[in-house]
Design a protein around this ligand. Structure first.
Ligand SMILES: [Zn+2]
Length: 196
């Protein structure tokens, strides 16, 4: 039985269906081979209008994703796989507090790259990693070394951060979520290295 449906406004639906084209089931299968059974049953994707404030949100059973991502087949693929990875890392197991969101994002990014390596090969994953790291370095240069979003654990200050997902996200400079991903990924890889 198919576990994934696509939801979108009528004007976007055929484009969304065509671009995903049954791939979600394939990506779920690859992820299950790597990480075990998918616990959430359904894995539907809903494309939301541009007012949706982030790129995507990994709600169990129904991932929210911004419709403008349909402009890029590559980013669509990477982001949907990233949200699928959260089905194991972030949803099945979760950090105890949002101050530790780097654990969820770091593990999900690790899992995402394992999935893309299996599905599209090492070269694809290496290129994606290099592009993201380059974006990270550019963002860090813009923000400066002492910006709180580059820290391993960002203090969650009541009243300052108004949305749980933006912990580690700088509201004033509107630092993209990509920065949270990559800082989390770097922190995660250095943690793994230190454990070895
Ligand atoms: Zn994520």
């Amino acid at each position: 039985m198919r576990r994934s449906r696509v939801w979108a406004e009528p004007c976007l639906l055929s484009c969304a269906v065509k671009k995903l084209g049954g791939s979600v089931e394939r990506w779920l299968g690859v992820a299950e081979d790597l990480f075990g059974e998918y616990l959430w049953g359904r894995c539907d994707i809903v494309f939301l209008p541009p007012s949706f404030p982030i790129v995507a949100m990994e709600n169990p059973c129904l991932t929210f994703i911004i419709a403008s991502i349909l402009e890029s087949s590559e980013f669509l693929l990477i982001d949907v796989i990233h949200e699928i990875a959260h089905g194991w890392f972030g949803n099945a197991v979760t950090n105890a507090t949002w101050e530790e969101m780097w654990l969820s994002e770091g593990l999900a990014t690790y899992a995402q790259r394992r999935i893309t390596t299996e599905a599209y090969g090492e070269a694809f994953t290496c290129l994606e990693t290099v592009v993201r790291l380059d974006a990270l370095h550019r963002q860090l240069r813009l923000l400066g070394d002492s910006n709180p979003v580059s820290k391993l654990q960002v203090k969650f200050e009541p009243g300052k951060h108004t949305h749980t997902y933006v912990q580690g996200f700088d509201n004033e400079s509107e630092t993209p979520v990509i920065l949270v991903w990559e800082v989390s990924w770097l922190n995660w890889t250095s943690l793994v290295a230190s454990l070895h």
